[in-house]
Design a protein around this ligand. Structure first.
Ligand SMILES: *Cc1c(COP(=O)(O)O)cnc(C)c1O
Length: 223
């Protein structure tokens, strides 16, 4: 069995029930995705629109593609016809554009709100308070072609695992607050996308339902 298939099996065997693996295949060749596919993996995460478009065209049509990176509004139209989940929605403007393009494609597109909990300044996302305000405003209820299915976050890039845990916990606490508040009547608001190669075991302890794992499966990326 190949390294890729070994890793897919050992990761998925260790996931609690109801938690799904997003195999992050950005910058990795189609042949690597095919290997993971042969091991039964069906959910793949990409973060560049052009790269995703090419892979989606060539690879099996029962793959569920997740967009995990920062998405520019002018590129939504290219992925709207098939994308299964957009993880990193960080503005109402982007959500509105996804709604518009989903309507054109005759679809309803599931999305997650990206929460900024990490120490780094450069990462995208809503602060906890912006996220609360956006949820409470109810503007999203007017958008009939998107579904806000939960929250996504990235922890700080640090070896301090207590810091990482505190950030995931902050995201999980906010999720629970929104689930009890503005999203109380929204049954599909149930996903928590956190955890990457180096921190997903902690993410699982802090309520993750979607782990996004790249290098542990496919090896280091070559940029
Ligand atoms: C690249 C990426 C991942 C995967 O990171 P690894 O450390 O390779 O597991 C997860 N989430 C996002 C948003 C990414 O951009």
């Amino acid at each position: 069995m190949s390294h890729i298939q070994d890793e897919i099996r050992s990761i998925t065997d260790g996931l609690p029930q109801g938690v799904r693996l997003v195999a992050v295949s950005k910058f990795h060749p189609e042949s690597s995705i095919e290997e993971a596919y042969a091991a039964g993996q069906r959910i793949f995460g990409e973060s560049h629109v052009q790269e995703l478009r090419e892979k989606q065209e060539h690879l099996p049509k029962d793959i569920e593609w997740h967009f995990i990176g920062h998405l520019q509004t002018n590129k939504v139209k290219y992925i709207a016809p098939y994308i299964s989940l957009i993880h990193a929605v960080d503005s109402i403007k982007l959500l509105e554009e996804i709604d518009r393009q989903a309507q054109k494609a005759g679809r309803v597109i599931p999305c997650l709100l990206q929460l900024h909990v990490a120490l780094e300044e450069t990462k995208f996302g809503f602060s906890p308070d912006e996220c609360r305000e956006t949820a409470a405003s109810g503007e999203w209820r007017k958008l009939k072609h998107v579904q806000i299915c939960g929250l996504m976050c990235m922890a700080s890039n640090t070896d301090d695992m207590e810091q990482v845990r505190a950030e995931f916990r902050q995201a999980y606490d906010l999720y629970k607050e929104l689930k009890a508040g503005p999203f109380a009547d929204v049954p599909y608001f149930k996903e928590r996308s956190w955890g990457m190669s180096h921190d997903y075991p902690i993410a699982l302890e802090e309520g993750s339902t979607l782990v996004r794992i790249g290098s542990k499966i496919f090896g280091e990326r070559t940029y």
